[in-house]
Design a protein around this ligand. Sequence first.
Ligand code: PRP
Ligand code: ZN
Length: 295
Amino acid sequence: MSEQRLRIAIQKSGRLSDGSFDLLKSCGLSVSRGRDKLYGRVQEMPIDILLLRDDDIPEFVADDACDIGIIGQNVFEEEILNESHEAPAEEVMKLGFAHCRLMLAAPKEWCFDGSLMLEGKRIATSYPALTRAWLARQGVNAKVVMMKGSVEVAPRLKIADAVCDIVSTGATLDANGLKPVATVFESEAVLIRNRQEFSPEKQAMFEALLKRIKGVMTSKDAKYVMMNAPRSAVPAITEFLPGADSPTILELAGNPEKVAIHAVCRESVFWDTLEELKKLGASAILVLPIEKMMA
Ligand code: PRP
Ligand code: ZN
């Protein structure tokens, strides 16, 4: 790999990988990769993709084997708490996907009445540092048992009394006779970068990519809204439109009393919003998706 290419670490398969590929695609980047390959190459920009296990990503980025990475905050925070690196990578921005929670979960038959119930118990987890930090905040002494995977079977195998594991739909816990009892950490995907200074070329590429990612994220909920309305209703409608800057007001041919209002709404536009606009005098309301946006 050439020094000038930006190297991005993303998860090979699992919770983050589809979202990571979708994000790159929305940024106009297509990745060519062979089956089970470690590397991918972006066609449109000098970018290389490294496909890794999520747990390896913080280390690869911190050790400068990659420039940036997409990782769950759960994995990243665990790595930071473990302090296994002198210069850990740095979080650049949240990416708004792969939301999940690290949760304390106990057998369904427990009547859980607060964290003190965990005193003296054994808790199995793949996130020992986050779990210990939470237990300390709760003032509870419990034994943390580190497991690399299949944490949810630990109580059945009598390896532990409870678990601290990632929950997204809750199906895994449910299938294993467990119930979530407390939230230890809330997580989503984040972009991280190593702390080394990039070469000017790389820095420029990194900034261009960040701009595209920000554009994708702001246009996610954004809609282009058009409607007709009496001139007198313009102030009230402008005031009401969710997350819109100054809208464009256009004359309607042959109808001096009415205007067309066009606006970019940066927040969600619901059916309620349309009904409210109608009440304010709007008619012929159109809501269009926005594919790309750049400030
Ligand atoms: C987590 C966790 C469960 C599953 C829970 O694993 O360990 O296996 O997700 O999801 P659910 O609530 O939707 O059933 P993760 O995807 O983080 O995989 P990894 O630990 O192998 O990286
Ligand atoms: Zn993992």
